[in-house]
Design a binder for this molecule. Structure first.
Ligand SMILES: *Cc1c(COP(=O)(O)O)cnc(C)c1O
Length: 340
């Protein structure tokens, strides 16, 4: 099977498995797991922030961030298709008791004017807006990128109004590699960042929440509240350390394979692939009478797995477990099933 559903399907590398087997461990709720402590120090240093926290998933890391930045009844400004709002089971409302305020963005990005327009003056009727969330790269916008300047422009507006800014950077290293910008520069203007070790970086699990020492100390308590305090978790943090050391630069290969897929599929009548920014290709099925689900089903029978993200749209995600040859085979399979 050629699995283009998501970069979450990546399996740990031999170096990761070796590091996991040999990891020094301790009880991380006591702060005594040396491997977790090293990973947290390394992640904070890489992003140019004071401290970081290892969490089981990106969803928990995002929701811990919201809980730590807000109080119940606050308003959280989010882009309307953002993962933190769209795909996290209503966690902003349910776990933090905060009110999400969705704002329609362009390719996942918000303009400074839109943020300004969403901010309301102090008034007895209005909730207290305390947090703005941005997503880089933007998942539902097909791996779209914000530059450091674009992030800073909206962060400045939010900060001027007293809001904090959280970046859902599940794939922030894809953005950094595609732009050729150090990741520390991309996150410089935000107060907290979540990134996933478990996607393109290929660790079996884990996400990091990164920010100031004071913020991370409070986030650690909220992680415990949500049941995310783990014990000898150095066994998986060890794979996360390998991910940061060995798996970032190679994301460029995934971006190259995404461009290869886009070029190949643009030759297939009945398909309209969008130009990728990073490791995702959105493909619109434009042959009358044929849905994305139809194409997905036929591709599966031909050994290619994809995800339908809309009635006429398939999402393809490249990652370390699909080679250039796999992508070429996928293009052939697409041509066969769409013309059949
Ligand atoms: C995958 C993803 C998450 C959540 O990560 P999980 O580890 O799957 O919970 C959050 N935000 C974005 C943009 C994602 O793509």
């Amino acid at each position: 099977m050629i699995d283009l559903r998501s970069d979450t399907v990546t399996t740990p590398t031999p170096n990761m498995r070796r590091a996991m087997a040999e990891a020094a461990v301790g009880d991380d709720v006591y702060g005594e797991d040396p491997t977790v402590n090293k990973l947290e120090d390394e992640a904070a240093a890489l992003l140019g922030k004071e401290a970081s926290l290892f969490l089981p998933s990106g969803t928990m890391a995002n929701q811990v961030a919201v809980m730590t930045h807000t109080r119940p009844g606050d308003e959280v400004l989010v882009e309307a298709e953002a993962h933190i709002y769209y795909y996290e089971v209503g966690g902003i409302a349910r776990l933090s008791g905060a009110q999400p305020r969705p704002i329609g963005g362009k390719a996942g990005r918000l303009q400074p004017d839109q943020v300004k327009a969403a901010l309301r003056p102090a008034d007895i009727h209005f909730p207290n807006a305390s947090l703005l969330c941005v997503e880089n790269t933007h998942n539902r916008a097909g791996g779209a990128i914000w530059t450091a300047e674009e992030v800073a422009a909206v962060a400045d507006v939010a900060h001027a109004a007293g809001l904090k800014v959280h970046m859902d950077g599940a794939r922030v290293f894809n953005a950094a590699v595609a732009l050729g910008t150090p990741v520390s520069e991309l996150v410089q203007s935000v107060d907290s960042i979540m990134f996933c070790l478990s996607k393109g970086l290929a660790a079996p699990m884990g996400s990091m929440l990164v920010g100031s020492r004071e913020f991370i100390d409070r986030a650690r308590k909220n992680r415990k509240l949500l049941g995310g305090g783990l014990r000898q978790v150095g066994v998986v943090a060890a794979a996360g350390r390998v991910a940061l050391q060995e798996m970032i630069d190679r994301l460029a290969d995934d971006h190259e394979n995404a461009r290869l897929l886009q070029r190949g599929l643009s030759e297939v009548a009945g398909l309209m692939p969008h130009a990728p920014s990073t490791n995702m290709v959105m493909v619109d099925v434009v042959r009358p009478g044929l849905s994305a689900a139809d194409v997905g089903r036929r591709l599966k029978a031909a050994g290619v797995l994809t995800n339908a993200v809309g009635p006429q749209r398939l999402r393809l995600v490249t990652h370390k477990d699909v080679s250039r040859e796999d992508c070429e085979r996928a293009i052939t399979a697409f041509a066969e099933v769409v013309s059949a």
